[in-house]
Design a protein. Sequence first.
Length: 396
Amino acid sequence: MNPTSSPRYVALDVLRGMTVAGMILVNNPGSWGKIFPPLRHAAWDGCTPTDLVFPFFLFVVGAAMAFSFAKYQEGLNAQSLKKLARRSLLIFLVGLGLNAFPFYPTSPNPDLSFGENYLNYLGHIRYLGVLQRIALCYFVGGLLALWLKTRKKILYGMSALMVLHPLLLRIFGGADWCTLEGNIAGPIDLALFGDGHIYHGYGIPFDPEGLFGVISGSSTVLLGYLMGNLIRSTGDKMEAVSKLYTIGLLCLGAGSVLNIWVPINKPLWSSSYVLYAGGWAIVMLAFFIYWIDIRGKERFFTPFKALGMNPLFAFVMAGVFAKTFSRIIRWTVMIPQEDGTLVEKTWSLSSWFYQNCCVSLFGHTEMGSLMYALVYVAIFTTMAMVLYRKKIVIKL
């Protein structure tokens, strides 16, 4: 099929926008101690709905790439490589900048000088993250897609990455290859970046968006690329939906079976996780194509379409606002106690809003925490709607 005659799929924008909304939702609860189980990541092995959010986005990156790369008929050349590298670098730098924001220590140690505080701040900036993983997987996946060109070769390339990832884990990890303490992914990042620049949320230095996961993460991008090529080259949209449902269910089944030997694991981005999460992404894409592009129900999904048109803007602004509300806009008040003494309490704008709006209505419960997150999603969906109405698309 001629690329210029490929049918338009609004469903891709909607799925991307719904994924961004999910990212904002799970990243901004009112209280990390009060979260409904489906909105938590699995402790290690396993997969919750929250664990599907990130691979959905990488999948859509690959699917959209199939449309944007259609103009590169010659495959990998100097022009396509330059554009691929430039966009990947910009996304990576935006992610690094988001980690570094607000670019100065907001809670300095009073016993240290300004320079010492600043050096300490710089020494604890996390180098990797969601946008950095997207950038690296976009580059590796895009490079392979342009180089291999044909669907058959790309499928082989994706399969090779999915075999290489657990193979290296087993070779260098031994009996504990898929455990938090025994995997090789954490030590690689630790050796390259140092303890101060790695995520510590698991109790030890281990980054769930580390470099080793780019191998299998690129497989998710390539899976999306293959599905994007499938729908781009299938003239009949109902036929495309049928194919997507079949492939999606096969991927879900394959991921579930592979889980017997290679556990479904998001932090390691295991091969079974690629298939399992990718299967859900394919099924959801088929669902949206049917209801939006075939049945014409686009108006019901307009807010998600708006988010999907400006995903980077929405995600970055959500991160900037979260840090601004919690770390920069702060004030101290003296609260009188029953015994007549005064106790100093520091409020941030986010903690004040959560306490006086969400907690006052729903209590310090999972529902109150969820309401806070939904307000966040509403704020950035509104921003995206304004840009959408003005036909403004912010791209790198």
